[in-house]
Design a protein around this ligand. Structure first.
Ligand SMILES: Cc1ncc(COP(=O)(O)O)c(C=O)c1O
Length: 341
């Protein structure tokens, strides 16, 4: 990274920190040498399982510079557990909890000098890919795997900072298969890409597709969906069709702390107009944080939430979350893991 440039001004995820960590699977679990290494290319066979049969999964979390100058990772253990669950679903050898946790912490500590100040943060990307060199293995799992962790200094995920987003409701094409939505598999993102690009070309100005094919609204390509008013917060109840966001879980707890009634239930497209009249909508995720939704295009109609500005309840929840992440509010839920640096 060029130390004179501002990495948070570059598009999200395009600037990489100096160090990464890797571990290869063995009969006795993943082997990690206990040392980070310089960020650089990784090698595997052109016959590697991942290159042919898509055995790839990942995680995404952030480390935040704290108000007192220390450094902390937000909900590290929850992300580690979700990665273990994803690897089991993908039939890849699951990394040991402590090993994965240690690798993440080591990598962040090695890159700590590159953590931007808030509102920037350090994005942490662990990934796991099947490396068995066997192009006959279409119907068998990869017997070997590579686990690696890279970091990026990041700013805003959506271009233009905090602004009300425009979503297009997609009621025909699913984001992925219903049983696989909760897995953070690379293939899910590949499947959503074509429909999203086609929709963006057909309807200029939309930021994201809002998928609603599995009995109600589920999520966008990279964030969970919420509607709310002054008293209530509603989001889809957990099922296998969508990613169980760690941010989603955090918002549910924060909203309860703040006195909102939280409903976890399916949200029907037919409800959106009513919510738009009296309430607000937002997207939530590690990258998106809490991003207000201003317009949803649905069934040829344009449903407008609010007056073009981010909603007050949305921003109240966003502030509550961000203040904890940045160590400016009490971490009553113990979501932060302090690391050196
Ligand atoms: C499809 C999808 N849904 C939801 C989320 C939000 O999950 P989290 O809050 O754990 O980042 C993400 C973000 O990674 C995602 O890719």
């Amino acid at each position: 990274m060029n130390p004179t440039s501002d990495p948070t001004a570059s598009p999200f995820g395009t600037v990489f920190c100096k160090y990464m960590s890797t571990a290869r699977s063995s009969d006795n679990g993943y082997v990690y040498g206990g040392e980070v290494e310089p960020y650089g290319d990784i090698a595997f066979s052109p016959a590697a399982h991942v290159l042919h049969y898509g055995s790839a999964l990942f995680e995404g979390m952030k480390a935040h510079r704290q108000a007192d100058g220390t450094l902390a990772i937000f909900r590290l253990d929850d992300h580690v557990r979700r990665m273990q669950r994803s690897s089991i679903s993908m039939r890849l050898p699951a990394p040991d909890f402590d090993l994965l946790r240690t690798m993440i912490i080591d990598t962040v500590e090695a890159n700590s000098r590159e953590v931007p100040k808030p509102p920037g943060s350090l994005y942490i990307r662990p990934a796991l890919v099947g490396t068995e060199p066997n192009i006959g293995a279409a119907a068998t799992p990869s017997s070997s795997a590579l686990l690696f962790i890279v970091n990026c200094p990041v700013g805003d995920y959506f271009k233009g900072g905090i602004r009300p987003l425009t979503l297009l409701l997609e009621e025909n094409i699913p984001r992925t298969t219903p049983q696989f939505g909760m897995v953070k598999a690379g293939a899910n993102y590949a499947m959503a890409l074509g429909p999203t690009l086609d929709a963006m070309a057909a309807t200029p100005g939309i930021d994201q597709l809002l998928f609603a094919t599995d009995g109600g609204i589920s999520e966008t390509g990279a964030a969970n969906f919420f509607v709310l008013d002054d008293d209530r917060l509603v989001t889809r109840s957990l099922d296998s069709s969508f990613l169980h966001g760690v941010t989603r879980a955090s918002i549910i707890e924060l909203a309860s702390d703040l006195g909102y009634v939280v409903e976890e239930r399916s949200i029907q497209a037919a409800e959106l107009q009513e919510w738009a009249l009296k309430g607000e909508a937002f997207l939530a995720g590690t990258a998106a944080v809490i991003s207000p939704v201003g317009t949803i295009l649905a069934k040829g109609e344009s449903i407008q939430f609010g007056d073009g500005l981010p909603g007050v309840n949305t921003m109240k929840l966003r502030d509550a979350l961000v203040q904890i992440q940045n160590g400016k509010a009490d971490d009553g839920h113990q979501w932060l893991t302090k690391v050196a640096g």
